[in-house]
Design a binder for this molecule. Structure first.
Ligand code: PSV
Ligand code: MN
Length: 395
């Protein structure tokens, strides 16, 4: 905690400043490539997703926007904007980042923006431009690109040609951005391609973003790293170079989308938040905090609320680090004292403080308990479950 401020002031400031975007796909039935376990309460329409997102926002006070995935949520492109505006007004949540989808069409078997076929590359660029137009119509700042391209066998693709095609595609996408829009470039070292992916790490993403233009940044998905990767160091570098655009939070133990934030290593999330808080509040609005999770085993609503609450607690813990004292100890190379200060702050139980903030902001004191008491999950399970055809095999 910084000197001259009461603990409560620091906590309230930190929690007031913290917002995290939830993904529409977190409320829908999803699974692994082996199959899906369907949940009766899962959302299958855009309205149901908005309704669920609205509930999470009411319970936590921290999720005013929902990320949309173009093909899953906006199949008619800009023509869907009117319906989105109606849902925003009805459920009190706005459209957030717009996610192009370059991974579902059959044409993309050998790549999208990096496909050796010029015609297919054009189709993929056209989808990027459509996504920018949709974002413009919805008033969304960020177009968040995850590229699934890559190859599975050495020698089968020219990695060098693909760099050039990708640079061209991102430059063209950037040219279509309005002044208030950003292009976020996500990286992933594996899946669905396993020999090489065209944007494998933060260095490649940072290069591509810089090449694309001044409104492009890097998106760090915490699941998209190899084991033992020091993600907070990557964050420190991206902050230093002004290239950090945002996050997709999940847990890398699942390698991607499906574990609640901090369920395996909350200390890592704390370390990441600490790096961001070192940069000061002027910068925070430029960092898009987003969740990229879709739960297969836990109840979707419960897991989303649990994630947001965990994020709030960890953000607050990071705000309580005595950064001045830490800097002094670091300068003096007081290893044990500096580590104990850092670790000790992480171990503090901040839940009572978060509760005080919830009370002051007229939010439920215990969002998970409030969700259970509201009967919302029971209701949507009954209503939506009745529409499900009986299933004997979910493969
Ligand atoms: C890909 O693994 C990813 O992390 C991208 O962000 C996608 O948009 C998202 O998951 C949903 O498939
Ligand atoms: Mn992601």
């Amino acid at each position: 905690m910084q000197a001259n401020s009461s603990l409560q002031d620091v906590a309230f400031r930190a929690l007031d400043s913290f917002q995290i975007e939830i993904p529409s796909w977190g409320f829908a039935n999803t699974g692994t490539r082996f199959g899906k376990f369907l949940q009766p309460g899962a959302a299958s329409t855009l309205e149901e997703k908005f309704s669920d997102a609205g509930q999470v926002n009411k319970l936590t006070g921290a999720t005013p926007t929902m990320a949309l995935h173009v093909l899953w949520d906006l199949p008619n492109g800009v023509a869907d904007a009117e319906e989105v505006h109606r849902l925003e007004a009805r459920y009190g949540v706005s459209a957030g980042s717009i996610n192009p989808n370059l991974f579902q069409n059959q044409e993309y078997k050998f790549g999208s923006l990096c496909n050796p076929s010029e015609e297919i590359r054009e189709q993929a660029v056209a989808h990027m431009l459509d996504s920018v137009a949709i974002a413009g119509k919805l008033g969304s700042r960020d177009i968040s690109l995850w590229l699934p391209d890559g190859s599975n066998y050495p020698g089968t693709q020219s990695m060098r040609n693909r760099i050039v095609w990708l640079e061209e595609a991102l430059i063209r996408t950037h040219q279509s951005l309005a002044p208030n829009q950003r292009l976020l470039v996500e990286y992933k070292p594996f899946e669905p391609a396993f020999y090489h992916t065209d944007i494998a790490d933060w260095g490649m993403a940072a290069h591509l973003a810089a090449k694309a233009g001044p409104q492009a940044r890097v998106l760090v998905d915490t699941g998209h790293h190899y084991a033992t990767q020091n993600i907070e160091q990557i964050v420190a570098w991206l902050l230093h170079t002004g290239m950090l655009g945002g996050f997709h939070f999940n847990d890398r133990r699942y390698a991607d989308d499906d574990l609640t934030l901090g369920s395996i290593d909350p200390y890592q999330v704390f370390r990441i938040f600490h790096e961001i808080q070192l940069s000061g509040p002027e910068l925070w609005p430029d960092v898009a905090f987003m969740i990229d999770q879709s739960h297969n085993l836990k109840g979707k609503m419960e897991a989303m609320v649990q994630t947001v609450v965990a994020a709030q607690e960890l953000w607050l813990k990071a705000a309580l680090v005595d950064r001045d004292q830490l800097e002094r100890l670091q300068d003096e190379c007081e290893l044990v004292k500096s580590e104990e200060l850092f670790r000790g702050t992480f171990w503090q139980d901040v839940r009572p403080l978060v509760k005080e903030w919830r009370a002051a902001r007229r939010l439920p004191l215990d969002p998970l308990a409030a969700l259970a008491e509201s009967g919302y999950v029971k209701r949507i399970s009954a209503e939506r479950g009745a529409k499900l055809a009986p299933v004997t095999s979910y493969a």
